[in-house]
Ligand binder design. Structure first.
Ligand code: ZN
Length: 426
């Protein structure tokens, strides 16, 4: 089964087409993620090293609108796809006005919005995606997608776990289900009331459907304008919010992108087949795009990891590709943007894994040059680094099921190809 799946994946990577989805999904997304303030020359750097997309984090304040448009132009010039990423509830979003606030199970009014109020999604998705589409149309280039970052930066409460208990949601719920005698239940007692009356799951399912309708309404309107616009989000958990978001944003022709952080950030892989089963089970059209935190992996591991993600999923994105513009010897080792090795080694490692010619090889070898040493990693054979890894260690099985754990570690200067580095176990 696994071998068959690999053949299918390789067939796709070799240029085959399985659906009418946007071409970049069939080619696999290979994106650099960077902020709008990053010099636009970075787009050409990414293109020169085999990347085919930029995920550009936008700060939607007026002074950045020109930079946003410039990034679209730079991507167009470099021949790579331009995606815009917007916060859903970060610092700037707290200053937005005109939406209803959520209320938590204790009755506290939160800074985050009640998502049943369509005004909020208009602010953070419809208006912003339209602004990017406006810029693209005005300048004559294309917006490939818009991605939401739903992390609630610096504020209490999160849609990763919460239902809303605001007066409007409560009143709408008891009206829809014609529930008598619950209208006076205080906000802080509503969750308890639902639980005692065996209606909590009913309330959760109702809210999930309501959220989905809000998200889908915005997504449908945006796709009236650009039918193949890809939309998605960072993070995923099996919560009402995330399920509603995926179902609302994704269609068969333009599935929602799940921009994973854990477990892929530090070298873990995502099982695309299992994920596809899961998405089908919740009625969502979605595909996975794993994030990789560059500085967490050494160059050769980073390249192999990225390549493996592309084989198993719809692609990968780098956090944060503008790190590759920094001098690795001038950043603090404790900085999240510090690289353990020179950026040039990462650029060199990514290039062959991103090119189309590598993808027709049956054993998926990846050749990496590091200083004077050149070796080929073949995933069907034992680890060439320590020669002890005929199967992953128990710990490696949990975190990096496909390859040996030793490749994640810096090689001992005294070790040779045939000897395991200190501490490496199979
Ligand atoms: Zn509400």
């Amino acid at each position: 089964m696994r071998r068959l799946a690999c053949v299918v994946v390789l067939g796709v990577l070799a240029g085959g087409s399985l659906s009418c989805q946007p071409e970049i999904l069939e080619q696999r997304i290979r994106a650099g993620y960077c902020g709008v303030a990053t010099p636009v020359e970075h787009a050409q750097d990414l293109a020169d090293h085999g990347f085919n997309a930029v995920w550009m984090k936008m700060n939607f304040e007026d002074q950045y609108l020109d930079e946003m448009a410039a990034w679209g132009g730079a991507c167009d010039e470099a021949g790579i796809a331009w995606f815009v990423v917007g916060n859903m509830t970060g610092g700037a979003e707290r200053a937005l006005q005109g939406y209803r606030h959520a209320v938590d199970e204790q009755g506290a009014t939160l800074e985050i919005a009640c998502l049943r109020d369509p005004a909020f999604m208009d602010l953070v998705l419809r208006d912003r995606a339209n602004a990017a589409l406006d810029a693209a149309e005005r300048e004559g280039y294309e917006l490939a997608g818009f991605i939401l970052d739903p992390e609630t930066y610096g504020i209490r409460g999160s849609y990763h776990r919460l239902l809303c208990y605001c007066d409007t949601c409560w009143a709408d719920f008891i009206r829809e289900y014609e529930i008598e005698g619950a209208g006076d239940v205080a906000a802080g007692a509503r969750m308890i009331w639902l639980t005692r009356n065996q209606r909590y799951l009913q309330y959760q399912a109702w809210m999930e459907r309501e959220w989905e309708a809000v998200f889908a309404a915005v997504a449908d309107d945006l796709r009236e304008r650009k039918p193949d616009l890809l939309m998605g989000n960072f993070h995923y958990m099996d919560t009402p919010f995330h399920r509603a978001l995926l179902r609302g944003l994704g269609t068969e022709a333009a599935p929602a992108l799940v921009g994973w952080e854990s477990p892929s950030y530090t070298g873990g892989l995502i099982d695309g087949e299992k994920q596809a089963e899961y998405y089908a089970s919740i009625g969502a059209h979605a595909v996975d795009v794993g994030g990789q935190w560059i500085g967490k992996l050494l160059p050769e591991a980073a390249a192999i990891h990225a390549y493996q993600m592309a084989l198993n999923t719809a692609g990968y994105w780098l956090f944060n590709s503008s790190t590759l513009m920094l001098n690795w010897q001038e950043t603090e080792p404790t900085s999240p943007y510090h690289l353990p090795r020179p950026a040039e080694e990462y650029w060199a490692a990514y290039r062959p894994t991103s090119g189309p010619t590598r993808r027709s090889t049956a054993s998926w070898p990846i050749q990496t040059t590091r200083r004077r040493l050149t070796w080929t990693w073949d995933l069907s054979s034992p680890c060439p680094r320590c020669r002890h890894c005929r199967r992953p260690s128990p710990r490696a099985s949990r975190r990096t099921p496909t390859w040996c754990r030793c490749i994640l570690r810096p090689r001992s200067r005294r070790s040779s190809m045939g000897a395991p580095p200190s501490g490496a176990r199979g």
